[in-house]
Design a protein around this ligand. Structure first.
Ligand code: MTE
Length: 310
């Protein structure tokens, strides 16, 4: 991946989250009786997400603004500059869309978006995202636990890994005409990582359907791993017996391993991973082991040498 360059976002542009936050606080207050955690869709006329709930897994850190989250992106199918996806992803057709789930499962199935959103209550999950390039953001996703989908297809005992594949459509995704990666984009998780309650399929952010540049209509979010594991615009999920090879590992196995857990103690061969720059801030902060989600996920890697399994 190219080296880190600060985003071209003026401080004056960074305002929408204050609007969002005051609205959210208002809604939390308004939902004080009854379920208490219900968040209505209240972000404008074009909002199309069903009702969603606040998750107990959210960080209390302030989210980056919608503008930051949707204008500073990595989505190589739409170019390699951070500003490319916001400028060119309009050509992606997200309707109709199906996610084909098969492999080592008892009940293979194709999900359309509506059936996917019915598998579990939608939750807002405010997560930190730490990119391998050295920057980070806080993003208010809306999604469902991936486990809810996997349980539906009944993985069998040979299903030890999960492979995810992005849409292959060069006429919609001009970056796929360049040989930057071996298309389509592929990622993988171990089954216990995939079933972990922190792992979600996101269908929205900031209370609305995902912007195309963020991986519409459905993308993975694995908050304790480097951002590239969070594969966008997923059309295929396969349960496998063997560990799949992800696109970045295929492109450069010495630099990108299968696990890719955020780890300030293991440098990328070309740069340190000890610190990160939160988009919108000037000074750097220390990167936390497992991106700060160690209490929840460290046990998954007990006894593993994380320098070897990077
Ligand atoms: N998924 C696909 N299909 N193609 C990509 O280029 N980039 C990854 C990941 N998912 C990428 C992808 C990287 S490097 C990061 S950091 C995150 O998406 C960025 O997600 P965001 O743009 O929503 O912040």
């Amino acid at each position: 991946m190219p080296t880190y360059r600060p985003p071209h976002i003026a401080p004056s542009d960074i305002t929408p989250e204050s609007v969002y936050l005051s609205r959210r606080e208002w809604m939390q207050g308004a939902a004080g009786f009854g379920a208490g955690l219900l968040l209505p869709q209240a972000f404008g006329a074009d909002a199309a997400l069903p009702t969603f709930y606040k998750s107990r897994y959210s960080t209390s850190e302030a989210p980056n603004s919608l503008r930051e989250v949707s204008s500073y992106n990595n989505f190589y199918e739409f170019g390699t500059d951070k500003s490319d996806p916001a400028e060119t992803a309009a050509s992606l057709r997200t309707e109709p869309w199906t996610v084909d789930v098969a492999g080592e499962v008892g009940r293979p199935r194709k999900f359309d978006l509506a059936s996917l959103m019915k598998l579990a209550a939608l939750e807002e999950r405010i997560y930190r995202l730490r990119c391998v390039e050295g920057w980070s953001m806080v993003i208010p996703w809306v999604g469902i636990p991936l486990a809810a989908l996997l349980k539906q297809v009944e993985p069998n005992s040979r299903g030890k890994y999960v492979e995810f594949t992005t849409l292959l459509a060069p006429e919609q995704m001009p970056g796929q005409k360049q040989r930057t990666l071996d298309w389509p984009y592929v990622e993988g998780l171990r089954i216990d990582e995939a079933m972990h309650p922190l792992t979600i399929l996101a269908v929205g952010l900031y209370g609305k359907p995902l912007p195309k540049q963020n991986g519409a209509p459905v993308r993975l979010v694995v908050p304790w791993k480097y951002g590239f594991k969070s594969i966008k615009s997923i059309v295929k999920i396969r349960l496998l017996e063997q560990q799949p090879t992800s696109s970045w590992t295929r492109a450069n196995p010495g630099e990108y391993g299968f696990y890719s857990n955020v780890n300030p103690e293991v440098d990328h061969p070309r740069w340190s991973q000890a610190t990160e720059r939160r988009i919108g801030e000037f000074s750097k902060r220390k990167t936390l082991m497992f991106n700060g989600y160690g209490d929840e996920v460290a046990s998954l890697y007990k006894g593993m040498d994380l320098r070897r399994f990077f």
